[in-house]
Design a protein around this ligand. Structure first.
Ligand code: ZN
Length: 278
């Protein structure tokens, strides 16, 4: 039997800390091998502290920030797809899916997590990675897909479970309303958002899996987010949140199990590895 292994697929350095930062730490602590694919180096992101990077150096700086975050979360394997920030939707689908198929066949994870179909707030890079990962999940076990990878020694492999990171919609709206009361017009995703805030995140009733993190995993998740120093805006979200509320918000990671789909009366899961032998 293969050892337990978890793969997360995201678009930008820092997506992982918000989405799965806690379970990456928790799984590593449990002896599960963890891997991260990041599609870009976030070259077009914020530079909240100009002493840290210029537009020219931001990609290299953010790569280093992600490596620091991965070290905190105990991520064993980090791989970049090498696309430029903001252009993932324009990438060759065959090429991008092939790269993810290659990593699935190499790493042989039982469980994969990626973005929801709306990319949380409609970021086009997130939506593209969602689609590429879903297709790669389905093709990795098919020997007729990307056969050149097999002649290079990899074997077809079908993971068992696919999850989408779920930002609870009621929570998105709650945070928005709370900040509005303070006079802050908060739009999750800022100018990368392409959908109205009412359509962001995942409807609460669609969430299938709710993971409660232990203290060490919460601390690590918060530290991993802060490792993305260029992205931390001391005057913005979530830094201005009440620390206790922010901690509470960080202490739960929610998901939609896409494959296999949840049965009608199946109870909510508390862990992504439920049903997978250690
Ligand atoms: Zn992102």
């Amino acid at each position: 039997m293969d050892e337990q292994s978890f793969l997360a697929v995201f678009a930008h350095p820092d997506d992982e800390s918000f989405g799965v930062g806690g379970i990456l730490r928790a799984y590593s602590d449990r002896g599960i091998k963890t891997a991260l694919i990041c599609a870009t180096r976030g070259e077009e992101g914020e530079i909240n502290d100009p002493s840290l990077a210029t537009r020219e150096t931001l990609g290299a700086v953010r790569e280093q920030e992600l490596r620091t975050a991965c070290a905190l979360m105990g991520v064993d394997d980090l791989m970049f797809l090498g696309y430029h920030d903001g252009t993932v939707a324009a990438a060759s689908r065959v090429e991008a899916v092939g790269k993810i198929v290659h990593e699935i066949r190499r790493l042989r994870p039982q469980v994969i997590a990626t973005f929801d179909a709306n990319g949380g707030y409609g970021h086009t890079d997130h939506i593209a990675i969602h689609a590429f990962t879903l297709e790669a999940f389905k093709l990795a076990g098919d020997p007729s897909a990307y056969p050149e990878q097999l002649t290079a020694g990899l074997k077809p492999y079908t993971p068992q479970k696919l999850y989408y990171v779920a930002i609870q919609r009621s929570m998105v709206l709650g945070i928005r309303d709370e900040l509005l009361k303070q006079g802050i017009d908060f739009v999750p995703g800022g100018n990368m958002a392409t959908i109205p805030v009412e359509q962001m995140g995942t409807p609460d009733e669609d969430i299938t899996t709710v993971v409660t993190l232990d203290d060490r995993s919460v601390d690590t998740k918060i530290a991993a987010w802060h490792a993305h120093r260029t992205q931390v805006d001391p005057k913005g979200f979530p830094e201005t949140m009440d620390p206790e509320a922010a901690r509470q918000w960080s202490a739960t990671e929610r998901f939609v199990r896409a494959i296999p789909p949840m049965g009608r009366n199946e109870p909510r899961e508390a862990d992504l590895f439920e049903g997978i032998p250690a």
